[in-house]
Ligand binder design. Sequence first.
Ligand SMILES: C[S@@+](CC[C@H](N)C(=O)[O-])C[C@H]1O[C@@H](n2cnc3c(N)ncnc32)[C@H](O)[C@@H]1O
Length: 298
Amino acid sequence: MLTKEYITELKHRGNSDISALVNTQRDVSTIVFILESLGQLPSDFHADFLYNLLKHNHAQVRLHAVKNIGKLNGRSDTKPLLALYQHETDTGVRREIVSAIGRQRKCENKPFLYEFLNDSDPKIVCQAIRGLLVFENDKEIEEHLRPLVNHENEMVRTVIYKEYFAKEKTKKTALPHAETYDFLKNVVVNADVLEVLKFVPEESVHLTFTSPPYYNARDYSIYPSYQAYLEFLDKVFQETCRITKEGRFLIVNTSPIIIPRISRAHSSKRYPIPFDLHPYLVKNGWEFIDDIEFQNAA
Ligand SMILES: C[S@@+](CC[C@H](N)C(=O)[O-])C[C@H]1O[C@@H](n2cnc3c(N)ncnc32)[C@H](O)[C@@H]1O
């Protein structure tokens, strides 16, 4: 019976015994067992058979072949991995390919990692980001990564925000956490929120409670469209995040609303405001902690 100890012994022989063993197997679960049992690969490991397994018709075999190729780090060959990525349909294999290429830490791989940033699988995008972030203080990489703060996926946005934007914010902090400016204390201001927030310095506020308009449900403000309303609040959330101290809070008081029908020929419309506001809050650096509260993610 095939045991882990036997596989380890073959692995260290430094010849092609392990590939001979794999090549004589017909049973997929046995091949997977051998590949899973390989562990760390010695520097003189004969890896050719792993590249051959990239063509295997069983996804689990391809996955473990890529995993082991990934363990070769800088010694692995990028070309067959890229060729497989072009037509691979299995999610796990695709992610493993990106991870293996990232682990090589080779400058010449940067264009491939940029390409992976366009993948529709957010986990692949995150793997590619991880692979790129190992190159520190690289302006070209920063130019590719920064725009992803507006990526449609929240995981991607958070990674980029923490890497580039939260650090900048922290650098700007002028006051100790528990203190703020005297001119902000005990004042009531009657003004347009976006105008007045311009005068509030970065990281000077511990808590914001806002009860913004419910779109056009009341007449105190009229927005030309629901999109225009969301964009207005987008700017407010961006500003509140800027003025909020690290780890402190924003409470948004809002609810879904119904705009009544304009005539019998039309129907009323329900707007799920809290739900629609979420992406705008998260995009601006807020971390959701409760139904109504957000914490500055910096
Ligand atoms: C849902 S109500 C909240 C009312 C408030 N909670 C109160 O008890 O008075 C929204 C308020 O936001 C105000 N508002 C609308 N647009 C504004 C803006 N751009 N800047 C400042 N306030 C605004 C409206 O006049 C309205 O009083």
